[in-house]
Design a protein around this ligand. Sequence first.
Ligand code: PHE
Length: 325
Amino acid sequence: MDLSKLKADLKKDFNSSSSSIDLQNLKVKYLGKKGKITNLSKKLSTFEKKHRPKVGKKINELKLLFNELNDKTSLKIEKKELEIEISKDQVDVSLPVDTSQRGGLHPITRTIEKISSYFLTKGYLIEDGPEIESEYYNFDALNIPQDHPARDMHDTFYLSTGDLLRTHTSPVQIHALEKYEMPLKILCPGKVYRSDSDPTHTPMFHQIEGLVIDKNVNFGNLKKELVDFLNYFFGKDLKVRFRPSYFPFTEPSAEVDIMDQKGWLEIMGCGMVHPNVLKMSGIDYKKYSGFAFGLGIERMAKLDYSISDMRILFENDLKAISGKK
Ligand code: PHE
């Protein structure tokens, strides 16, 4: 029996094994029922008695060697097999990605929020009003009596009840004058309706109304408020022009223009609240005065997002209204 040859074979076998299956086979080959080391142990009794302890010790050493080599080699093999597994498991970055779209706020909503957040810092209260109005709030109380030519200019949608869809946000001024104690500072964003549709007009659009009532409010206060706001909104020092105009509910009245690449652009209406308006809502017009302004949100959004046709804002083309500037 050549123990040293067995030892050398053992080492060689472990060296050349490269998978866990190889290791299993080695276990059978050496320690299985008919394994080489097992056979040796069986043969121990055939040795002369005095040699048995020595041979037994050698066999034990062989078993220990087997275990030691088995541990070392299986560690190495496991590591190698894991590496192969990982390399097969790579992410394929060329696979198509999930293209589902995420929602975003509509440019109109963003513009309302941008304007409202500015006026909130100036102490304005955000006020809401009904979209279905009586003639009184939309016209009479705003100093536009029944036979006034300004009524025709509003292209009003009338309901069969005799009420109407508000043509501007100015009726919210009247609700606020009736509801609150003076002084007053409100901002009212909302939908308005006019029977009109072309590239610059849609039958429904949005306005923001501002109203400030206090003692000693003058046109200078109005001018500063609006110039400051426009500079904030467009993020630069603009050329702003106050052009004399006419609204029945303000006196004096003006339209505000800003200078852009194409020249003067009308951006909003404004003026000092007409004493008749204050009187009709029960406000002491000798004690209080105020200013009001109204601007079209679509026009502001168009300028801010460089949209050419107003109707795009209502056609749900996600690319056009994604809110990217
Ligand atoms: N309501 C006016 C319009 O729709 C705008 C405006 C509001 C003008 C407040 C003056 C004061 O055209």
